[in-house]
Design a protein around this ligand. Structure first.
Ligand SMILES: NC(=O)c1ccc[n+]([C@@H]2O[C@H](COP(=O)([O-])OP(=O)(O)OC[C@H]3O[C@@H](n4cnc5c(N)ncnc54)[C@H](O)[C@@H]3O)[C@@H](O)[C@H]2O)c1
Length: 254
C-alpha cells in the first residue's frame, strides 16, 4: 500500500460511529494510524467500540440534532488530539415505507432534521475548525444510491440523500481554495442494521433484494464502505473533490 493511505498523525471525527458502517469505519481509520472522535447517540455500543481501540479513540455520546453534541465532537478533536484533519458524516435514519401522499409532516421533518440539517451543522463546525487551523482537510458525507436512483416509498429519505449531495458539491466548490476536499460515498445495499430493518419492514426476502439490487448478487459489507472512506479521508485521494463515489455492487453503473 502506498504511504498516501496512511492516517498517521491525522485526527478524524465520525458520526454514526456505533452503527453498522460507522463501527467498521472507525476501526479502519484507527488501524490506518488515525486518532478518531467517535460520535453516536447509542452510548453503550459507542463506549465499547472506543474502549476496544484504546487511546486512539474518544467517544462523544449524544444526538447530532443537538447543536451541543456537534460542538462537543469537534472541540474534543481539537482539544484532546490537537487538530482536525478529516470527518465522516454518517449518522442518519431511515424508517419509511409509504408514498409521498401518505407521508406526515412530522416524518418528513424528522428525516430532514437528522439527515440534512444536522449533517449541515456537522459540516459547518468541521469546516470552521479546518479553516481556523489553515491546514485544509477532507470531509466525507454518506449519501446513498437513492441520491441518484430512488427506491419505492422512500420520498423523505430520498429527498434527504439528494440534499446531502447538494451540500457536498456546494462545499467542495467553496472550500477547494482552502485545501478542504468534500466528497460523498453513495452506498448501495450494505449489510447493516439499517438495511436489515428496511427489508423486514417491507416483508421482503433478503436474497431476492441482494440479487435485484447488486450485480454481484450479494450485499456489500461495512468494510467495503470503510475502505472507500479511508481512501477519501487520506492523501491518496488528494485530487478528488465534489465526487459522489458509488460503492454499490454496480447498481447505478451496470
Ligand atoms: N445500509 C445501507 O444499505 C445503506 C445504503 C445507503 C446509504 N446508507 C447510509 O449509510 C449511513 C450509515 O448507515 P448504516 O447502514 O450503518 O446504519 P445503522 O443504522 O447501522 O447506523 C446508523 C448510526 O447512526 C446513529 N444515529 C442515527 N441518528 C442519530 C442521531 N440523531 N444522533 C447520533 N447518532 C445517530 C445510530 O445510532 C446508528 O448507530 C447512513 O447515512 C445511511 O443513510 C446505508
Amino acid at each position: 500500500m502506498s504511504n498516501n493511505f496512511s492516517m498517521d498523525g491525522k485526527v478524524v471525527v465520525v458520526t454514526g460511529a456505533a452503527g453498522g458502517m460507522g463501527t467498521a469505519i472507525t476501526r479502519t481509520l484507527v488501524e490506518a494510524g488515525a486518532r478518531v472522535v467517535a460520535c453516536d447517540r447509542a452510548a453503550e455500543p459507542l463506549r465499547e467500540l472506543c474502549g476496544s481501540l484504546g487511546d486512539a479513540a474518544a467517544d462523544v455520546a449524544g444526538d447530532i440534532t443537538d447543536p451541543d453534541t456537534v460542538q462537543r465532537m469537534v472541540s474534543t478533536a481539537v482539544e484532546r488530539f490537537g487538530r482536525l484533519d478529516a470527518a465522516l458524516n454518517g449518522a442518519a435514519i431511515e424508517f419509511e415505507s409509504v408514498p409521498l401522499h401518505e407521508t406526515s409532516d412530522e416524518d418528513f421533518e424528522l428525516m430532514m432534521h437528522v439527515n440534512v440539517t444536522s449533517l449541515f451543522r456537522c459540516m459547518r463546525a468541521e469546516i470552521r475548525a479546518m479553516l481556523a487551523a489553515g491546514n485544509g482537510g477532507s470531509i466525507v458525507n454518506i449519501a446513498s444510491t437513492n441520491s441518484f436512483k430512488p427506491q419505492p416509498n422512500q420520498p423523505a429519505y430520498t429527498a434527504s440523500k439528494h440534499a446531502v449531495l447538494g451540500l457536498t458539491r456546494s462545499a467542495a466548490l467553496d472550500y477547494a481554495s482552502s485545501g478542504i476536499r468534500v466528497n460523498a460515498i453513495c452506498p448501495g445495499t450494505i449489510d447493516t442494521p439499517m438495511l436489515r430493518n428496511a427489508i423486514e419492514r417491507r416483508g421482503r426476502n433478503p436474497e431476492e433484494v441482494a440479487k435485484r439490487l447488486s450485480r454481484f448478487g450479494r450485499f456489500g459489507t461495512p468494510q467495503e464502505i470503510a475502505d472507500a472512506t479511508l481512501w477519501l479521508c487520506s492523501d491518496a485521494s488528494s485530487f478528488t473533490t465534489g465526487h459522489a463515489l458509488a460503492v454499490d455492487g454496480g447498481m447505478l453503473g451496470a
